[in-house]
Design a protein around this ligand. Structure first.
Ligand code: KIV
Length: 285
């Protein structure tokens, strides 16, 4: 764990020891066609600390609505929730680029509204950029933000904030019309100035076409191994949920391990085996 003390001898808050240099948005942008970008979601300080050495990008996803708050979808997530969790993830990381999701309703109405929301996210969290859902329709918003110094990661294909319009979370791009529209989306957000694109839940051949069609990195989730990077919801890949989407590979079974650890604790409390001699304070050491 990295512990920093604040150097109060200067007017600046200088952490000691100096943290390793954080990756930048241009560095991620330049990874197109090179070493795959490793991205995971993080919502809390401690999880950010654990993921940070291994990841290029930490995404404070609005999936926190379901994962942390038990909400039925991402739609009720607020800007305040994203800012609180974004700031925690920035505090827990010093290597990865931190990107914060713009929640539903905080950016769609106008480029100006999007700028106000995104500026708050960057100013109040210290994150490097924002992610927003939508393709060609959102291109004017992306352009407005990008031209004003706000790095934007676009999110196309299966866009969970549009669940009511899409009618569910099924894979996208199976019909010719939808396939063509999603390629157009990828081109439009690239031209608008997005520095990277998340392509979610698109059929593999379409993910490969998008990756070949645009000059910015395409980060897949339920897409293709040929994308320029991959992202998963951390709690999914760690096995904290029984049910996960088909595209998740479980790298652990934390749900079972937590359950076993807590069962042991409960048994030891009930048998008065815990706390033991090492966990209690004697009158004198
Ligand atoms: O909200 C989120 O976690 C996301 C990723 C799944 C890409 O948008």
């Amino acid at each position: 764990m990295s512990t920093y003390t604040i150097d109060t001898a200067t007017s600046r808050a200088t952490p000691t020891p100096a943290p390793m240099k954080r990756l930048t948005v241009p560095a991620i942008r330049n990874r197109k066609g090179k070493e795959p970008i490793v991205m995971l979601t993080a919502y809390t300080m401690r999880m950010a600390e654990l993921l940070d050495p291994h990841c290029d990008v930490l995404l404070v996803g609005d999936s926190l609505g379901q994962v942390i708050y038990g909400l039925p979808s991402t739609l009720p997530v607020t800007l305040e929730m994203m800012i609180a969790h974004g700031a925690a993830v920035v505090r827990g990381s010093h290597h990865a680029v931190v990107i914060v999701d713009m929640p539903f309703g905080s950016y769609e109405a106008s480029p100006e509204r999007a700028f106000e929301s995104a500026a708050r996210v960057l100013a109040e969290t210290g994150a490097a950029g924002v992610k927003l859902e939508g393709g060609a329709t959102m291109a004017p918003v992306i352009e407005f933000l990008a031209r004003r110094g706000i790095p934007v990661m676009a999110h196309i294909g299966l866009t969970p904030q549009a669940v009511n319009a899409l009618g569910g979370y099924a894979a996208r791009g199976r019909s010719n019309a939808e396939h063509a529209r999603i390629i157009d989306d990828a081109r439009a957000v690239t031209e608008a100035g997005a520095f990277a694109i998340v392509a979610e839940g698109v059929i593999e051949t379409l993910a490969n076409e998008i990756t070949a069609a645009v000059s910015v990195p395409v980060i897949g989730i339920g897409a293709s191994a040929q994308c320029d990077g991959q992202v998963l919801v951390t709690e999914d890949m760690l096995g904290l949920f029984e049910r996960t989407p088909r595209f998740v590979r479980k790298y652990d079974d934390l749900a079972s391990r937590i359950s076993a650890a807590v069962a042991t604790y409960a048994a030891e409390v009930r048998s008065r085996d815990f706390p033991g001699a090492e966990q209690v304070y004697a009158a004198r050491d």
